[in-house]
Design a protein around this ligand. Structure first.
Ligand code: GLN
Length: 304
């Protein structure tokens, strides 16, 4: 397969469709991004890199940070982790409070905000330097030191985090959060404000295409079984109330973020990242969804 030709075709077809979407503005600082940015990077498990468009420009990971924190915590806790959260799709928006009340403060899965907050809470209980540890984990996967946090975005989210605080308070009332709420939200906002370019992120996401193995330094970070399970959760829960649509039209495990990125993997073959900041009504990149649909359709290959 000529992957360069594939992503070139996808890129120009998506551009011709004039999909716009809306840049996230509930975190004010995110709305300063140019909506016309668009890039696609694909990295194979053999280390070949293909890119087109704005693939070297950093953007905010937001919820794409969640598979990395899950990987860190799953590697250390193993299956015991699932006492505090589930692995079921929520069918609800990422920041919904409704289910959490009648499910006794146990989040449905690690990719809705409530579940990601539990994962960050566990991580915080293991280390005094959670943010540095997350950055180090990602840097080792990309073999670069040039990955950092956008302070303005982190502070902007912290100043507009009533809903995430509400989720954390509700879970704490059920005994499912140990950190202080302010410290937990701070760590969470910093992890979401990590910035990476498409190619760097595709490189890091290769962990999930490569059976939990960091091909850059040989480290086995997750077992094969843990990697399969994280991919299963990405497949069923990675796109919130659009997870079914993504499975139906794209057919790859993946994770979206309100920074406009989508990272996905074809296990054993490649990881692919699309970035376009215009979001659809579910908070997923409008062009990103279409690009990945075209990619697997043209490829004639998905996990199904
Ligand atoms: N930091 C964002 C939030 O908590 C992440 C949401 C997302 O990317 N879907 O609202």
């Amino acid at each position: 397969m000529n992957y360069q030709q594939l992503i070139n075709e996808v890129y120009s077809e998506v551009q011709s469709l004039q999909l716009e979407g809306i840049v996230a503005n509930y975190i004010p600082e995110l709305s300063n991004v140019d909506i016309h940015k668009f890039g696609i990077s694909l990295v194979t498990t053999h280390g070949e890199v293909y890119c087109i468009g704005d693939t070297q420009e950093k953007f905010s990971l937001q919820s794409i940070s969640k598979p990395f924190t899950l990987a860190m915590v799953f590697a250390s806790e193993g299956e015991a982790l699932w006492k505090r959260l589930g692995v079921e799709p929520s069918g609800n928006p990422f920041n919904s409070l409704a289910q959490l009340e009648y499910e006794n403060g146990i989040p449905r899965n690690p990719f809705i905000n409530a579940g990601a907050l539990v994962i960050t809470d566990i991580l915080r209980s293991k280390t005094n330097t959670p943010v540095e540890d997350i950055l180090l984990f990602i840097k080792k996967l990309t073999n670069t030191d040039n990955i950092s946090i956008n302070q303005k975005i982190a502070l902007s989210e912290m100043a507009h985090s009533n809903r995430n605080k509400a989720l954390a308070h509700l879970m704490k009332s059920f005994g499912n959060i140990n950190s202080s709420i302010d410290e937990l939200i701070e760590t969470y906002c910093y992890q979401c404000a990590i910035e990476m370019a498409c190619t760097e992120l595709a490189q890091a996401f290769l962990l999930f295409a490569n059976h939990g193995h960091n091909r850059l330094n040989g480290d086995q970070l997750l077992t094969i079984s843990q990697t399969k399970r994280i991919n299963a959760i990405m497949q069923t829960c990675g796109f919130y109330d659009e997870a079914g649509e993504f499975a139906y039209t794209v057919g790859l495990p993946g994770k979206s973020g309100v920074g406009g990125g989508i990272a996905a993997v074809l296990p054993g073959e490649f990881s692919v990242v699309v970035w376009s900041p215009g979001l659809n009504s579910k908070g997923n990149s409008a062009k990103g969804m279409k690009a990945l649909e075209l990619l697997t359709t043209k490829l004639g290959h998905s996990v199904f």
